[in-house]
Design a protein around this ligand. Structure first.
Ligand code: HEM
Length: 205
């Protein structure tokens, strides 16, 4: 859907459909990696959470401790890789779908040294973002690997073709918040395994 290919659209009908070409479109690699990691990180944390709860409740601790470790391996690896894959996706979106990137980042004005906007409340009428933290050049760097690169803003997109900004920006911020949060928890767990193993043995089992 993000890079429709593998068919011709003729007189309102889809013809010459090639499912393999459709599947391996320009967007498949970054999206497949990001989605597989999304599935393993979400499942890993959910399963680890259930086993952690059982350990806290003192039920069948040795079983739940082993099960927790297996789930934690998936959660930790995926949580650390997910922001890297997100960065790969963002660079891809910047090339293929600049309007989507602009909406995700609430980036209204095409500019060089574009700031990374964290949080904030976008106002689509005044084309401004209130209460945001802005990191100068951050978006240029994340999108194009260069702090001074020009990043297309929504002003380059005809008004009737622009995606809704507020909902896309909020959803994107929630994703980043959860992704960074899970990555920090993963590093904390690795630190505990490395330096503070005793914290995991507090129940004496
Ligand atoms: C710092 C962490 C993250 C970054 C930088 C990031 C970045 C991105 C970007 C740029 C896209 C748009 C990709 C596209 O449309 O081609 C995207 C889509 C998506 N992300 Fe993330 N992401 C992060 C964390 C997460 C996490 C933790 C999850 C779920 C557990 C997640 C799930 C998704 C999903 C389901 C999509 C839609 C994929 C699609 O359109 O096929 N992301 N992410």
């Amino acid at each position: 859907m993000n890079s429709p290919t593998g068919f011709d659209y003729v007189n309102g009908k889809y013809v010459n459909v090639d499912p393999i070409a459709a599947m391996f479109n320009d967007a498949w690699l970054s999206q497949a990696i990001h989605m597989i990691l999304a599935a393993t990180v979400a499942t890993g944390f959910a399963v680890a959470g259930v086993h952690a709860l059982m350990i806290l409740k003192g039920k069948n601790i040795s079983f739940h401790r082993k099960a927790f470790r297996i789930a934690a391996i998936f959660a930790v690896i995926s949580a650390i890789l997910q922001p890297l894959s997100g960065d790969f996706s963002a660079k891809d979106v910047a090339k293929r779908q600049p309007a989507k990137l602009a909406a995700m980042e609430a980036h209204f004005k095409t500019e060089e040294n574009a700031p990374l906007i964290i949080g904030g409340v976008p106002d689509e009428k005044t084309e401004t973002v209130k209460y945001a933290i802005k990191i100068p050049g951050g978006l240029s760097f994340l999108a194009h690997g260069d702090f001074n690169a020009k990043v297309t803003g929504l002003d380059a997109i005809p008004k009737n073709e622009r995606p809704p900004v507020a909902v896309v920006h909020y959803a994107f911020q929630v994703m980043i918040f959860l992704g960074v949060g899970m990555m920090l928890i993963a590093f904390l767990y690795l630190f505990i395994l490395w330096r503070k193993k005793g914290w995991l043995e507090k129940d004496g089992c």
